[in-house]
Design a protein around this ligand. Structure first.
Ligand code: GLV
Ligand code: MN
Ligand code: MN
Length: 405
């Protein structure tokens, strides 16, 4: 297996020299280079590539796609086994979140071929677009479009920080749902670096996912009155930064009270001047919980506390939901089968994945590869080459089980 060799080919792409993290935003230069790498890897292996018109790519081993025009995911009725993940990163993200699933998928195909296996059903390696939502705000945008989870017109109009729309970045209005999806694909298995320490604690290189916590993103816009820092009396201020500070603390407290997770990791301040009381503060709440009711209660509690504080500060608050992902329980039969096949532990996760979106339409499972630091969405994310190789072998066994018998 040539894990390191493959990995070294993509490792420099989009890496920030300062932080050592990655800036691989969807459809920007580094991610476009990785897509070229994807096509080259597919070519090397004689795997035709199809595109679904939503920004997602598919490389086929087995029956070739009927047509590779945009809007055609590949030949319908083939009951192919889909694997893969995403190339895009969060700002200054880790190397493994996403690309590991794509690199491992190509290497798993190599393993199967070297072992003389041939697919009864095609094996398809996918690269999904904008999984992190770091550029256009909605996570798993490619898989949501493919499954019909998001309206193509809404997706087309999403804008990045520079005002570029998703449609312009893609070069077309997205094609939207593939009505033949569940006919085209019999199952989806996404391999991903683990984003916590459960596999470290279990002493296992590879695990199988059981569920994804329900989660979502909410935009909080806090409007006050911009004014002079030196001349505006404290009592006269309508300062949205105060409402913001209280909201962040409330989110942390309300999440702790419920055993849930709440994060405010992004904030925009206008006019963002040292010597001006801000006129507007916009922040994004990421909230997650094991149960949907807990998540709903958490967000309601944060909203209520922010609104109460806004009244005291003389500011105005608008809360807009930007994305929602329901509780995902992966296909029990498939998950149990893979856990048995790999003798691997089964674990839930609080992280979102394209697999969570695809799970609504296809029998879906996930494999996790141990992460010694347990850190993710950070340059400190890690995985050893040995564990990555174990992940490839595990994925090859799974694909053999699902596609070659
Ligand atoms: C994606 O990695 C997410 O969980 O937000
Ligand atoms: Mn991620
Ligand atoms: Mn990911």
């Amino acid at each position: 297996m040539r894990f390191r060799e493959s990995w070294d080919e993509i490792a420099p792409v989009g890496r920030d020299a300062g932080s050592g993290g990655y800036l691989r935003y969807a459809l920007t230069e580094p991610e476009l280079r990785l897509r070229e790498w994807f096509r080259a890897q597919a070519d090397l292996r004689g795997m035709p590539v199809s595109a679904d018109g939503n920004g997602n790519l598919f490389a086929w081993w087995g029956d070739p796609p009927g047509d590779t025009r945009d809007g055609d995911t590949g030949r319908a009725g083939t009951g192919a086994v889909l694997t893969g993940s995403h190339f895009d990163s969060v700002p200054h993200g880790g190397a493994y979140d996403g690309p590991l699933g794509i690199v491992s998928a190509f290497l798993a195909v190599d393993e199967l071929r070297a072992a003389g296996a041939s697919p009864v059903r095609p094996v398809v390696v996918a690269a999904f677009v904008e999984e992190e939502g770091a550029r256009f705000g909605v996570p798993c945008l490619g898989s949501r479009l493919l499954t019909g989870e998001i309206d193509p017109d809404r997706a087309a109009g999403l804008r990045d920080a520079a005002g570029v729309s998703f449609a312009d970045a893609l070069g077309a209005r997205p094609a939207g749902a593939d009505p033949a999806l569940s006919d085209r694909f019999a199952a989806f298995v996404e391999l991903h670096v683990e984003q916590g320490r459960a596999l470290v604690d279990a002493g296992a290189p590879v695990g199988v996912a059981s569920a994804i916590w329900p989660h979502g993103r909410w935009r909080f816009e806090l409007r006050g009155e911009g004014n002079h820092a030196g001349t505006t009396r404290m009592a006269d201020r309508r300062d949205p930064m105060l409402t913001f500070a209280f909201t962040v603390l409330a989110a942390n407290k309300e999440a702790r009270l419920r055993g849930a997770h709440a994060t405010v990791g992004r904030v925009a301040v206008a006019p963002n001047a040292t010597n001006a009381v801000p006129s507007t503060v916009t922040c994004w709440l990421d909230a997650r919980a094991a149960a949907p009711e807990t998540l709903r209660e958490l967000v309601e509690a944060v909203h209520a506390k922010a609104a109460e504080r806004a009244r005291r500060d003389g500011t105005e608050l608008t809360v807009t939901p930007e994305s929602a992902t329901p509780l995902v329980t992966f296909d029990g039969g498939l998950t149990g089968r893979l856990a048995h096949l790999l003798a691997a532990p089964v674990l839930p996760t609080g992280a979102g994945h394209d697999a969570g979106v695809l799970a609504a339409r296809l029998p879906t499972a996930m494999l996790f590869v141990r992460n010694p630091t347990g850190v993710s969405h950070s340059p400190a994310e890690s995985a050893t080459d040995d564990d990555c190789a174990a992940g490839v072998v595990a994925l090859a066994r799974v694909l053999e089980e699902l596609a070659c018998r």
